[in-house]
Design a protein. Structure first.
Ligand code: HEM
Lengths: 102, 385
């Protein structure tokens, strides 16, 4: 089981837990504001953009080339940006804090 | 070559030059063929604008048959952002449970009906009714209204041999005017009424703006969905193993739909007007000329997609641009995706196999390129499980 904290753009912090699927699906299941996941998780829509807390990057790993290319033109993107449909929920990411970009 | 295959006519030009050329009514278009260049261009609305003369960013150009600006499609930020924000929530309704339930009911009824028939011409007797009935849900109006749209046939803007037909288009425009009159006289819960009652930047939407949104909603969602539905049926006719697989592995449904949409690219390309002399892919383009974002080519870019010319049903990473990219990404995508998910799930559940009996390809003439985008007609026999 992993606990994951989402901080939305209005500053609201919500912690939810899960043990399978992607972080995008987990966020959508809990109606986290700003995570839409329109394409269902194939990395084609960029509606699940989050910023990983710097100290948590070692847990989540860094963005893949395809994610980076998707986000390259986004003014909100930075080195901590991920499309969270590409982060798998597992014990390995327990405790991470994600700031929702939109 | 399989009949359901859509060959990639852009491959050589994409690799060699990255661009193509098309003359369209003496307003030539430089087509952008690589995914990375396309994304950059789509994002850069200042240099590559949508808010030009109404109809000009469409290829073939509709400048001579339309004065109404389609909204939010033919606007640039910041106006675009405000209009889009005003309609965004409405176009997300397809995610609601009631909507999906109604859509499932419509699709199951239609599939049951075609399973009873000996032969079915898919474009006119399956894709068009399906698309039309589903649109009543998006507009939130009675399903019976779809019969009128079905009676228009598949070519609201096109008639045989003529790419653009003003008379046909006026059927749609006159119809929309009548519906706006009705909604003004008798406001309800439908999209016309909701738009008439909404405000953008503190100002009520004008009648002409409402007209612009409605024309776009009808036009943008018609040929695109009809192509996607018809191509899907052709694909499953030639790939019965994919139906079996989807039945056994329902968890790949979403990936399968995204992959079909990538491969089909139901909208081939869309234009922009260049506002200053610049370059695309190291080729000069002049101010006041046109470029197009060729979604169909970018989706086959081997620099990004493995086995780009194959349908890999469970493709995991699929950054396709069939629904566009950046500011103008498709507002109807939520509806289209939901429709295609329900359709594919229903076919997997109810259909054992499909015989492909007869077909007529629909080939777009893009000057330098000829692209098969789907079928003018496709006759099949559905077999129930
Ligand atoms: C598989 C079906 C569909 C495909 C492939 C598709 C494709 C596209 C593409 C590529 C764009 C971007 C155009 C641009 O960048 O200039 C777009 C925009 C748009 N589409 Fe779709 N579309 C589909 C279905 C629909 C449906 C069902 C509707 C509504 C009924 C719709 C309404 C719109 C609207 C309103 C826009 C403009 C959005 C904006 O400018 O902000 N589309 N579509």
């Amino acid at each position: 089981m992993a606990n994951i904290t989402f901080i939305t753009t209005d500053g609201t912090s919500t912690t939810v837990s899960g043990n399978s699927g992607s972080v995008m699906e987990l966020a959508r299941d809990h109606s986290i504001e700003g995570i839409l996941g329109n394409c269902g998780g194939v990395c084609s829509c960029a509606t699940c953009h989050v910023h990983v807390a710097p100290e948590d990057v070692r847990k989540t790993g860094e963005a893949s080339e395809i994610e980076r290319d998707m986000l390259e033109l986004d003014d909100n993107a930075d080195e901590y940006s991920r499309l969270c449909c590409q982060i798998v929920v597992s014990d390995a990411i327990d405790g991470v804090v994600l700031r929702v970009a939109e | 070559m399989k009949k359901s295959a859509l060959p990639d006519p852009f491959a050589a030009a994409r690799l060699e030059k990255g661009i193509g050329h098309m003359n369209d009514q003496d307003d030539p278009v430089t087509m952008i063929l690589r995914l990375k260049d396309l994304r950059k261009t789509a994002h850069n609305y200042k240099t590559f604008q949508s808010g030009a003369t109404p109809g000009r960013i469409v290829v073939p150009s509709e400048v001579n048959i339309r004065d109404t600006r389609q909204i939010p499609f033919e606007l640039d930020p910041p106006e675009h952002t405000a209009y889009r924000a005003a309609v965004e929530a409405w176009f997300r309704r397809p995610l609601e449970e009631d909507y999906t339930r109604a859509l499932t009911g419509q699709i199951e009824a239609l599939v049951n009906e075609v399973l009873q028939r000996d032969t079915v011409e898919v474009v006119s007797a399956f894709a068009l009714p399906l698309q039309s009935r589903a649109l009543t849900l998006l507009l939130n109006i009675p399903e019976a209204e779809a019969e009128i749209w079905i009676s228009w046939g598949t070519h609201v803007f096109r008639s045989e041999g003529v790419a653009l037909d003003g008379d046909k288009a006026s059927i749609l425009y006159d119809y929309i005017d009548e519906q706006i009159d009705r909604a003004i006289a008798n406001p309800g819960e439908d999209l016309y009424s909701v738009l008439l009652a909404s405000a953008v930047n503190g100002k009520p939407m004008t009648r002409e703006e409402v007209r612009g949104v409605m024309i776009l909603t009808f036009a943008g969602g018609r040929d695109t969905l009809i192509n996607a539905i018809t191509n899907s049926v052709a694909y499953f006719a030639e790939h019965p193993e994919s139906l079996t697989r989807l039945r056994n592995e329902p968890e790949i449904l979403n990936r399968a739909v995204e992959e079909l949409v990538r491969y089909f690219a139901p909208l081939t390309h869309m234009g922009r007007v260049v506002t200053q002399d610049t370059e695309v892919c190291a080729h000069a383009v002049r101010a006041d000329s046109r470029v197009s974002l060729c979604w169909a080519s970018a989706n086959r870019d081997a620099a990004v997609f493995d086995k780009a010319d194959e349908i890999v049903l469970d493709r995991k990473l699929n950054p396709h641009v069939s629904f566009g990219f950046s500011h103008h990404n498709c507002l109807g995508a939520t509806h289209a995706r939901q429709l295609l998910r329900v359709l594919v799930a229903t076919l997997a559940e109810k259909v054992a196999s499909i015989d492909l009996l007869d077909h007529q390809d629909n080939i777009e003439d893009l000057d330098q390129f000829k692209r098969k985008v789907g079928f003018d007609s496709l006759t099949v026999r559905f077999h129930a499980r």
